[in-house]
Design a protein around this ligand. Structure first.
Ligand SMILES: [Cu+2]
Length: 216
């Protein structure tokens, strides 16, 4: 859709679809509620007539309970169905990268940590990903909670002390995507940026084969 960002991974389409459904549902509910408020304000103005007062209306109360419940159940199912493929981790990822958040930057380790790239607040690191291939990212943190956020991928995942959060990314377009920590983690949180560089797969293979000396 022309007014939405064009997400750059195979997984992001499902997130965009879930977002669209939620926004449309919110719009429908919002239009109904504000319409009802406006109607009450106009139709029951004091100078016209007194609104009828009543206490207790069982059909209305059942409707006011059941309809929102059905809306919430429906949205839960849509979210669940859209998120499951995004959370599913392939048993055979084509490559695997360790990502570690720390105050205040990121460290990326490729190929069993034979190549590592550690950023600083002044020089943010670059995460290279091969286009068209599924890469598993194993996310951890060495101190407090951080969050790995790539807006161009519509993807965010928390890095939690003592936990390894694994997820797959399958970029569909080469390009450079500015990314950042999305969890307030301390004074220099705003400096925890990084760059995701999606490169052609042969350039990525050369990078790995050269142990990081030939940049993609
Ligand atoms: Cu952080």
């Amino acid at each position: 859709m022309w007014w939405l960002i064009h997400p750059a991974t195979a997984q992001a389409g499902a997130m965009q679809q879930a977002w669209l459904v939620l926004v449309c549902a919110a719009a429908v509910v919002g239009i109904f509620v504000y319409g009802a408020i406006l109607w009450c304000v106009v139709a029951y103005r004091r100078d016209r007539h007194e609104a009828q007062h009543f206490t207790g209306n069982v059909p209305l109360e059942i409707a006011c309970t059941v309809i929102p419940l059905l809306v919430v159940i429906g949205l839960f199912i849509v979210t669940y169905l859209d998120e499951m493929p995004v959370d599913r981790v392939s048993a055979q990822p084509e490559s695997r990268i360790d990502a570690t958040g720390f105050r205040w930057s990121w460290r990326f380790g490729y190929n069993g940590d034979r190549i590592t790239s550690t950023g600083t607040p002044d020089v943010p690191p670059t995460l290279y990903l091969p286009v068209g291939r599924t890469t598993e990212i194993d996310l951890t943190t060495s101190d407090v909670n951080h969050s790995f956020w790539v807006p161009g991928f519509l993807f965010k995942r928390d890095a939690i002390p003592g936990m390894r959060n694994a997820f797959d990314l399958t970029p569909t377009r080469t390009g450079t995507y500015l990314s950042r920590c999305a969890q307030f983690c301390g004074l220099d949180h705003a400096l925890m940026t990084f760059v995701v560089d999606v490169v052609p797969d042969d350039a990525y293979d050369r990078y790995i084969a050269s142990n990081g000396t030939v940049k993609p």
